[in-house]
Design a protein around this ligand. Sequence first.
Ligand code: ARG
Length: 593
Amino acid sequence: MQKILDLISEEMMKAFEAAGYEAALGKVTLSNRPDLCEYQCNGAMAGAKKYHKAPIMIAQDVAGQLQESSVFTEVSAVAPGFLNMKVSETFVRDYLRGMRDSEKFGLQMPEKVKKIIIDYGGPNVAKPLHVGHLRSGVIGESIKRICRYAGHDVIGDIHLGDWGLQMGLIITELQKRDPGLVYFDDSYEGEYPQEAPFTISELEEIYPTASAKSKEDEAYKADAMEATYKLQSGVRGYRALWDHIIRVSVADLKKNYVNLNVEFDLWKGESDVHDIIPGMVEEMKKGGYAYESDGALVVDVKEETDTREVPPCMILKSDGASLYNTTDLATILDRMTQYHPDKLIYLTDKRQELYFEQVFRCARKTGLVNTDTELVHIGFGTMNGKDGKPFKTREGGVMRLENLIREIDEEMIRKIRENAETKGYAIDEKEAEQTAKVVGLAAIKYGDLSNQASKDYIFDLDRFTSFEGDTGPYILYTIVRIKSILGKYMEQGGKLTDIVIEKAVNDSEKSLMLELSKFNAVMGMAYEEIAPHRICAYIYDIANAFNRFYHETKILTEEDETKKAGWIALLMLTRDVLEVCIDLLGFTAPERM
Ligand code: ARG
């Protein structure tokens, strides 16, 4: 379906033309004075110069053409030359009926389907997930769903940090604790045990211990670097131990991501491209791009137009070891050869912005990607505490993701009990816990996604979990309210099939209809701008419009059956649109709350 604003603009353009003016002047926008009108057009102002005419006269000419229009009920020319419009109830009704009857509410599908790879999550193996990884997972998941819904072919890759120094640190610590482990016996040629010599909780304790030691003890750090080197050069026992670390850690990560409603298509990591690094480096040298500088191998990536210093991209360290850059470049090569993507999107903290600029330039310069391959880095801001500083635990430590989620769930349970108490109904404790999880996730995700990604935001437990205001729970509360009305309607013997949306009978109903009609435009924008916050703003407006309508309208006691059925049909569309939208944000609604 065409966007509603485009249909309205077309009608206006025809009127400009019929009145003898250039059609392009008839572009319509949403009104910035909703108290006066729903839509407006400033074309008469713009045309004044060209036609040597007072804008109000042009506006009057155009308004004259639209008196019989089926799109508008009101078109007025107001001084000095604005056109203010209200659209007709039938026009809006028909548009919503069209949405109802179309796939994806009439969202236009792309002419060319793009292959898009989204690199998000990016946890580091054996390090516990913390809130920093939360944003990458939450925003990336939503972007993946938005791109897919927009009709593109999307692959989400977790890109595990599984090849760096942290692996060497863990191996070193394991060796110090138990040097007799068979993995460290160079002469051992047999099969290695199936069972890992540690559990996930041990692993999570081992890494911070090792990391702390390496910061104080030079020799320890040297050992860890040596272990990393041995692992990367393929020493059997080290590889076997690494396999264990990956398996134990990935199993735990999978559980965490399931709880977050985040799903990856690929569980690849930095280690997966290890074998193609030498070939890639060779090509970069042969092409004359990579050269030696202070022993390291680098590619220049600065450009004449740079207004800041963009240092060379380092490909190999002086000891020949690969770096974060190297695996990222090799991963681009791997993705291009295996999946031929049109677009690569990366989600990390915005502090990696310069880093990605270097990597992207290097990939282009050395021909790893095609000239038209789009490379996009979405750098997000920091999640801060109420003190405006990066979010910490009460004790001042790094907040682990699972603890954060637990805190939210507890607060949610409290609110659900409180709500039941004020409303005077009994709750089943098991159900309350289940519901708290669902609503808690919405609180976290909506709290994050409703901000423009690049901005820092304040994690405010109290505000995020509130049932009122611009929050996830408010949206869910609205959906639950609609479901409850639909349930009661059915209890009264009403049927949800064969009913159609009718013309709006009051202002609040029409406002709700106009909000819903923006679906197509909002989805287009969310995709083009890679911006989930557009969807949050849309559903917040819908929820507000719905609740106003609900408070002003006695739906279930209405005696005119056609009217009532029309409202129920409108409620169903509202529920469906909201549910599709929250799915695109990565959360779901409970049946009750
Ligand atoms: N593991 C990295 C980190 O924790 C994030 C990886 C992001 N993706 C990438 N292709 N570099 O900072």
